[in-house]
Structures are given as C-alpha cells and as structure tokens.
Design a protein around this ligand. Structure first.
Ligand SMILES: [Zn+2]
Ligand SMILES: [Zn+2]
Length: 181
C-alpha cells in the first residue's frame, strides 16, 4: 500500500476530491487529506509576492509528514517560485518524498474543468519526479517540462511507454489509460 497525504490550502472540496479520485487510478494507493489554514509567513517573499516552493516542501516534511505516510502532495492556491525560475507550477523534493503544486497560475484563463485538467497533469508530473522520473523529450508525455501554461495544455496526463514502465517498476502502477500509445 502506498499512503499518500494531500496537504490542502485554499482549495475547493470538488478539486480535492478530483485529485484523490484520479490518484486512486493507481493500484494500492490510499489517500488521506489534511487541510492547513496558514502557510508560515517566513516562506513568503514580500518583494516578489510569492512563496518559495522548495522551502514549503521542507516545511511540510518537517511539520506535517507523519510516520507511515509515504508521499505528500501539497495542493496550494498560492503563487510560488524557486530560483532561478520566475514562477513554478509545482516542485518535487524526491529525497523528502514531498511535492507541491500551485494553483495561482494554473487557474488563469480557464474554467474549473480547464483547471482540473491542468492540475491532474501537474500532480502526476511532480509525483513522477518523486518516483525518480526525469523530464521527457516527448512533448505529449506528462513528464515533459512545462515552461509555460501552453506547454501544460499541450501535453497529456499520460506517461510515455518508458516512463509508464519505470513508474510501475517503482511501485506505482496506473491503469493502462495512463500510458501513451
Ligand atoms: Zn519537472
Ligand atoms: Zn516520458
């Protein structure tokens, strides 16, 4: 059993339920949810108006990741960055087994369905990093790097054949519809 905890900040229940539900498309996955009411202010960069994504991952690891939890995925409705990038959609810390996805930019210009589609891709992308996957040259593979929202929209939520197999070998076996044909 792979125990995944979702750490939620400022996100609607419908969105959280959606994430929990597609994660269960992988075999032997159990999902817990934990809502947080604030993110420590020292993780916020005043001048930029953004949070430091990698610092949030460390804070989650130290303060929220329980024994027995294998993986933590944060879904946070804020804007974040990690130097030298101006902004990030998400960031993974594979050693900590913590990743976070940020909604502020994923929401731009789309309705709830557009947001959920983007969110699914970004969650699966960061989850892939936690299982040791690197970026993919196949622009349709969910492990393709997204420099802009256009890149997010262009790729699919599916893994290319080799990434799909590597993930399965790492213990995360998604339904076959998650494999690019
Ligand atoms: Zn990446
Ligand atoms: Zn790939």
């Amino acid at each position: 059993m792979i125990k995944i905890m979702l750490v939620i900040y400022g996100v609607e229940k419908q969105t959280v339920d959606f994430v929990a539900s597609f994660l269960k498309d992988a075999r032997n996955v159990e999902v817990q949810e934990r809502e947080i009411k604030e993110i420590p202010y020292d993780l916020f960069n005043d001048k930029r108006g953004q949070y430091r994504g990698d610092f949030i991952n460390q804070w989650i690891y130290k303060n929220l990741k329980k024994k027995g939890t294998d993986i933590v995925i944060g879904i946070l409705d804020v804007d974040a960055y990690v130097p030298p990038l101006n902004f990030i959609f998400g960031v993974a810390s594979p050693k900590l087994k913590v990743c976070t996805v940020y909604l502020a930019r994923l929401k731009i210009g789309v309705d709830i369905y557009g947001l959920l589609s983007r969110l699914k891709k970004e969650v699966l992308h960061e989850l892939g990093h936690l299982f040791g996957l690197h970026h993919c040259l196949n622009k349709l593979c969910v492990m393709a790097f997204s420099n802009s929202i256009y890149d997010v929209d262009r790729k699919t939520y599916k893994f290319c054949g080799s990434h799909y197999s590597r993930l399965a070998m790492g213990g995360l076996e998604f339904k076959s519809k998650y494999k690019l044909i």
